[in-house]
Ligand binder design. Structure first.
Ligand SMILES: NC(=O)c1ccc[n+]([C@@H]2O[C@H](COP(=O)([O-])OP(=O)(O)OC[C@H]3O[C@@H](n4cnc5c(N)ncnc54)[C@H](OP(=O)(O)O)[C@@H]3O)[C@@H](O)[C@H]2O)c1
Length: 217
């Protein structure tokens, strides 16, 4: 198992009550100081990985802008290959290395559309992307560290399969509430605490009005 896959670091900003976005999908939780911190972290990893819903909702660039350093490879998990050509990711893929991961169910027309852009396409899994296999493929492509930047659905996928090695979570000074507001980890959840993921607290940073918790698994 050792070194058969890249090291995966889950990174997120959460409200005090564990939400990563409001019920209206507003996820602007990070302070200026925290942006500098996590952009420094981005510059240290080989790749950033997010789910297609995060791209659809937030339209992120996933680059290093608030710190100095290289842009990591951007990896989007998008089973059907439905990423919009108007997304910032596609618009900038000529300049920033980008991988779109699809499953075998992705329609040919979507693959043909994606093929027009200077990006890499990886096909993994039948209906759903096989994340375990994907990590092995990425390891073979010399991607040794990945920052998993959500959202909640993808966080669950990686957590419950035991594919996360570290969690770095900023607790921001907001209480968001709402049963429909997304939490750090969605999916089915573990049924007992005994079965849930056990963490070892490695470090705590107090950053003005927020704290950054760094856990190892
Ligand atoms: N506060 C923060 O730090 C932070 C960070 C990131 C995101 N967010 C928020 O999180 C929300 C989006 O989260 P989300 O949970 O809806 O979406 P997500 O995790 O970004 O994307 C989930 C989608 O990824 C695709 N996917 C492909 N392979 C998968 C696999 N093996 N397992 C699971 N999903 C797979 C699926 O769509 P297909 O089936 O179409 O492929 C799935 O619906 C947004 O509101 C965003 O603002 C917050």
């Amino acid at each position: 198992m050792v070194n058969s896959r890249p090291r995966v670091i889950l990174s997120a900003a959460v409200s005090l009550d564990g939400k990563i976005a409001t019920k209206n999908k507003d996820s602007a939780l990070s302070s200026g100081k925290d942006k500098i911190r996590f952009h420094r972290l981005r510059a240290k990893v080989d790749a950033i990985l997010v789910g297609i819903n995060t791209v659809k909702i937030d339209d992120p660039l996933l680059t290093v802008r608030h710190a100095r350093g290289k842009n990591p490879i951007r990896i989007i998990l998008d089973s059907s290959g439905r990423i919009s050509p108007k997304s910032k990711i596609i618009k900038t893929c000529h300049a920033i290395p980008t991988i779109i991961v699809v499953s075998k169910k992705a329609p040919m027309k979507n693959l043909a559309r994606l093929g027009k852009h200077p990006l890499k396409i990886i096909i993994s899994g039948q209906n759903k992307i096989n994340t375990r296999k994907l990590l092995q493929i990425l390891q073979k492509q010399n991607i040794k560290s990945i920052l998993l930047e959500g959202g909640g659905t993808l966080n669950w996928e990686f957590i419950h399969k035991g594919l996360v090695d570290e969690l770095i979570v900023t607790i921001t000074p907001y209480v968001v509430g709402g049963k429909d507001a997304m939490t750090l980890v969605e999916g089915n959840g573990f049924s007992t605490i005994a079965n849930s993921t056990k963490l070892k607290l490695q470090n705590i940073i107090r950053q003005q009005n927020e704290i950054v918790l760094h856990y190892y698994i």
